[in-house]
Design a protein around this ligand. Structure first.
Ligand SMILES: Nc1ncnc2c1ncn2[C@@H]1O[C@H](COP(=O)(O)OP(=O)(O)O)[C@@H](O)[C@H]1O
Ligand SMILES: [Mg+2]
Length: 286
């Protein structure tokens, strides 16, 4: 698997701040994955994204983009990159379509604008001024902008923030499809749902540090409860028993329950990613 980004010991301090905001973090983003950067507000997610897209240049440590030092890359880097900023920035006095066409002018090749706007449900309002758009419409337009240049790597900062569940679903489906077609995604979020539904791997980010980096599944196996709960019917009521996962096949009581009871449900104990975040980092997400 190719490394889209290889980041080593990244540190960054805002000039107005006394301390490092990013305090020595290392991670890889592999080509073709959705890499989630999960953490509470103020953790340093947006700052990290801005560094990776060369908006903040004065960092320490090493960042390689497909093996090349990020600092040596010229403007052609931006042909590869699609960016959705946390705060949607559009020209309010221009229509949505005018906004998108304006930004399309920066790129050598662009996606089918009508198709993108139809997909996110904005085509009918394409000629409305963005100043009259609702928050959710602006967020969707922001996503269209990120996808505008058929990027190779997509940066999304809180992409579903402010969207209703139906529109959040559409955006998430589009992000998954982008990945399924070989695209790479760096996704910053404080929303566990985004991570559960989208991310192939997730890094836990708190106060400028990274904690565990793993797949959601492996995190659940590592930190989740390893037990099995069996619910069964007995004399008209539902009873339950919990068995440890270890040596389950040799657990006579478990096997006896399966053999003799009228089973209703069987579940392995799963700790939610939200709980795992707290276990690993010691802080709450929101
Ligand atoms: N332009 C800036 N100048 C100084 N400090 C900043 C600036 N932008 C963000 N910060 C600070 O850096 C820290 C990380 O912010 P940010 O990267 O936006 O976190 P997140 O995206 O995880 O919420 C916060 O303490 C924030 O106040
Ligand atoms: Mg942020």
């Amino acid at each position: 698997m190719k490394k889209a980004f290889h980041v080593e010991d990244l540190r960054f301090k805002y000039s107005s701040s006394d301390v490092d905001t990013i305090k020595g973090i290392s991670f890889n983003v592999f080509e073709g994955e959705i890499f989630g950067f999960l953490g509470p507000s103020g953790a340093g997610k947006s700052t990290t994204q801005k560094i990776l897209i060369k908006l903040l240049e004065d960092y320490q440590g090493s960042i390689k983009y497909f093996g090349q030092d990020l600092k040596t890359l010229g403007p052609s880097f931006y042909e590869d990159v699609g960016v959705g900023f946390e705060m949607p920035v559009h020209f309010g006095k221009m229509t949505a379509l005018e906004n998108i066409e304006f930004f399309a002018g920066f790129y050598q090749s662009t996606a089918d604008i009508q198709q993108l706007m139809e997909r996110v449900g904005l085509w009918e309002d394409a000629n409305m001024r963005v100043g009259e758009y609702s928050k959710g419409m602006k967020v969707r337009l922001n996503f269209v902008r990120a996808m505008l240049n058929n990027p190779r790597i997509l940066f999304l900062d809180e992409p579903t923030n402010g969207l209703d569940p139906k529109n959040a679903r559409i955006i998430k489906d589009m992000i998954s499809e982008f990945r399924d077609q070989g695209g790479t995604v760096f996704l910053s979020t404080h929303l566990m749902n985004d991570v559960e539904q989208l991310c192939d791997r997730v890094a836990f980010c708190v106060n400028g540090h990274l904690h565990d980096i793993s797949t959601p599944r492996d995190l659940k196996i590592k930190y989740g409860k390893r037990e099995v709960k069996v619910e069964y019917k007995e004399n008209g009521s539902t009873l339950s028993s919990v068995f440890p996962m270890e040596d389950l096949g040799d657990n006579a009581e478990f096997i006896n329950t399966l053999r003799t009871k009228e089973i209703e449900t069987i579940h392995s104990g799963e700790t939610s990613l939200e709980d795992i975040f707290i276990i690993v980092t010691g802080v709450e997400l929101q």
